[in-house]
Design a protein around this ligand. Structure first.
Ligand SMILES: [Zn+2]
Length: 118
């Protein structure tokens, strides 16, 4: 599960719903040009290891760094959310057996969850 703004953009390009998830991601090489990304995903079915294999609407999409850079400010304006933490105001800082998942305020928005004021 990749998450993040890249996944949102991939969905948008493909016209897929929010349930569509990226399970494979590739940067340059293997047929992907420099500064381009390739994403493959589907709508998972069930839980566990096989959820992507059993999933429906499997599709892949390629886009360039330029395209995602143009999409980010547009998405922030549309949603009024920070594109790094997707409005949550925090990012995962780490995980340990004792404490579980630890969070810290998002670096980009400093915990507000809102886009930077211009
Ligand atoms: Zn943020």
């Amino acid at each position: 599960m990749m998450g993040g703004i890249m996944e949102i953009f991939a969905r948008r390009l493909l016209g897929m719903p929010d349930t569509w998830e990226v399970f494979r991601f590739q940067t340059e090489g293997h047929g992907v040009p420099k500064d381009w990304y390739e994403f493959e995903g589907c709508i998972p079915i069930g839980k566990g290891k096989l959820k992507y294999r059993k999933g429906t609407d499997r599709a892949h999409v390629m886009f360039s760094r330029e395209q995602i850079d143009a999409f980010i400010p547009q998405w922030e304006q549309e949603t009024d959310k920070c594109s790094d933490c997707l409005g949550a105001g925090q990012t995962v800082a780490g995980w340990s057996r004792e404490t579980g998942t630890r969070y810290r305020p998002c670096d980009k928005c400093r915990g507000t969850g809102r886009p930077e004021e211009k």
